[in-house]
Design a protein around this ligand. Structure first.
Ligand SMILES: Nc1ncnc2c1ncn2[C@@H]1O[C@H](COP(=O)(O)OP(=O)(O)OP(=O)(O)O)[C@@H](O)[C@H]1O
Length: 270
């Protein structure tokens, strides 16, 4: 079953066609990855799914429901959480406080909401929140830094805190925009392990944009390839890797050596 279905999506910025009739499905409980050369439209597609961009054409269905007209915070509350290409944390706040902010998508606000939301229901919500935060902190192995301000942490740990905050939103689909960009090898391996565990142990579907082809091929169940705003193919990593159109798409942007490195960096390094 597909948890997300993108149909016929088009988005333009003036004369720039960022997305052209894009259709693909994200099967439930998979790691699905969108790849493609720079400028292919990957982030634009992410922004359409999380509601930051409004496509001129097409539909996005989440659990069978058309998301048109649903604003970004409401999409997050429905279970579509995301991280960003550049870390978007409150740097002066502690790790724990940043994580707590993630849970806010579930808190009722406004006078009516507050009036209807007190007593047992509120206590129950707070207990759930604390349990979720504790579980996330244990899972991501960040207990030792939970009282530290984010600004004092290494880049790899900051990315982990961002992941923790997204998990605190209790997502059904976790959208990760370049989760290992700028990381060293060890940090990448840790992140890959966490992503796989999020799918397996937490039952969360992961939708990721990533340039690191070694990691993409290792952990993805399903890959969609974008080029010039269009999906040129989708399928299993092994199928996508040998698809001539995919190879051509990357060749258009680089020489043969960097192509090999991109599609199979581990073998190159060996
Ligand atoms: N806010 C915007 N205003 C104008 N043009 C935009 C905007 N966002 C994206 N574009 C254009 O849309 C196209 C797709 O960009 P997008 O950032 O989605 O690609 P990408 O695949 O994510 O690239 P990268 O891998 O470099 O992050 C590009 O031509 C880009 O210049």
């Amino acid at each position: 079953m597909s948890i997300l279905e993108i149909s016929d999506l088009s988005l333009s910025f003036g004369g720039v066609k960022a997305l052209q009739e894009v259709s693909f499905r994200v099967p439930e409980n998979t790691v699905t990855t969108i790849i493609g050369p720079n400028g292919a439209g990957k982030t634009s597609l992410f922004n359409c799914i999380s509601g930051f961009y409004k496509p001129q054409q097409g539909t996005i269905r989440y659990q069978g429901k058309d998301l048109a007209g649903t604003r970004p915070p409401a999409r997050a509350a429905l279970g579509l959480a995301r991280t960003f290409q550049n870390i978007a944390l409150f740097r002066g706040m502690t790790v724990l406080d940043n994580i707590k902010l993630g849970a806010h998508v579930h808190m009722k606000s406004g006078l009516l909401g507050s009036l209807m939301y007190f007593g047992a229901a509120r206590r129950e919500e707070l207990a759930i929140r604390e349990e979720v935060e504790r579980r996330i902190i244990d899972f991501l192995e960040i207990d030792h830094i939970r009282r530290q301000p984010v600004a004092s942490l290494s880049y790899g740990l900051q990315k982990r805190v961002e992941l923790a905050r997204a998990l605190a939103m209790r997502p059904k689909v976790l959208m990760l925009d370049e989760p290992v960009a700028g990381m060293n090898r060890e940090e990448k391996e840790d992140m890959a392990r966490f992503i796989l565990d999020i799918r397996e142990e937490w039952g969360v579907t992961v939708l990721m944009v990533e340039h690191d082809m070694g990691m993409v091929m290792d952990i993805s169940d399903h890959i969609a390839v974008l080029n010039f705003g269009q999906v040129i193919t989708e399928g299993l990593p092994a199928e996508v890797q040998k698809n001539p159109e995919v190879i051509r798409a990357y060749l258009g942007n680089s020489d043969i050596d960097s192509l090999r490195k991109k599609l199979n960096p581990d073998r190159e390094a060996a």
